[in-house]
Design a protein around this ligand. Structure first.
Ligand code: TMP
Length: 235
């Protein structure tokens, strides 16, 4: 499949047109940012790991009944995907206290929540992706009630599937962020699922195996990504 002109360059990926209007090529970069782009760096090998991990998990999720944008992995860094219109919501599911949740509620990190939570951020870099609820999403015309209901139901299905999947790899899924797109009047999972977008802690040692190592200058960033990838057993 041939890459035509670049449509968009984001913080972690580039998106290219193809000869088919419904198909795009996503190219994953090694660039890493945090705090809305204020902190910048490189995580060597991240692009390939995130590409291959996302595709692996999206194939699993398809089998579990969650439709995704995945079409075909083209090479280590590049994947053909369905051209969606991204719903401008960051959909965050949490199983344990961590990050902004722990800070906001004055909690220690790593406390198991009684039930998983679901929250939305409005995807707008100028505003710093503010926390909103479903009523805001409706009022701002970001999504319909039917879309929000579908998104919530898919998000919990993704959570259930990934908790089990990572548990078998000796990893606790602390929380994650996903994004959805509109495709032929349906809602499908888009973007990525990777150590950039999940908190993944080793079950036994509670060592962080995700982008928090970069965000918080903990060191061993590349090793953490490589360890998650090794446990996936894709190679
Ligand atoms: P938070 O605790 O900082 O709100 O993050 C919740 C989850 O969302 C965590 O797994 C990291 C992920 N995340 C992103 O993927 N992109 C972002 O821009 C932010 C802030 C968090």
């Amino acid at each position: 499949m041939e890459k035509l002109e670049q449509l968009y360059e984001g913080k972690a990926k580039k998106v290219f047109k193809t000869a088919e209007p419904d198909v795009l090529i996503v190219s994953y970069k090694d660039d890493a940012t945090a705090f809305n782009g204020e902190k910048k760096g490189t995580i060597v090998g991240k692009g390939a790991i995130n590409n291959r991990m996302t595709n692996h998990l999206f194939k699993l999720l398809e089998k579990k009944g969650v439709p995704t944008h995945f079409i075909e992995e083209l090479n280590d860094r590049e994947t053909a995907v369905k051209a969606v219109e991204i719903v401008p919501l960051e959909v965050i599911v949490r199983n344990y206290s961590a990050g902004s949740f722990a800070k906001k509620l004055g909690m220690e990190e790593g406390i198991k929540l009684k039930t998983p939570t679901l929250e939305f951020s409005y995807k707008d870099d100028d505003l710093g992706d503010p926390f909103i609820n479903g009523y805001y999403a409706l009022a701002l015309d970001l999504a319909t009630q039917e879309e929000i209901d579908k998104i919530a139901s898919y998000a919990f299905k993704v959570n259930e599937t990934l908790i089990n999947y990572f548990d078998n790899l000796g990893i606790d899924l602390i929380d994650f962020k996903i994004e959805f797109g509109r495709y032929k009047k349906d809602i499908i999972l888009a973007d990525e699922i990777s150590p950039d977008t999940c908190r993944l802690w080793d079950k036994n040692t509670h060592e962080k195996l995700d982008k928090d190592r970069f965000r918080r200058d903990l060191g061993g960033v590349e090793d953490a990504y490589a360890e998650v990838f090794r446990r996936l057993g894709i190679n």
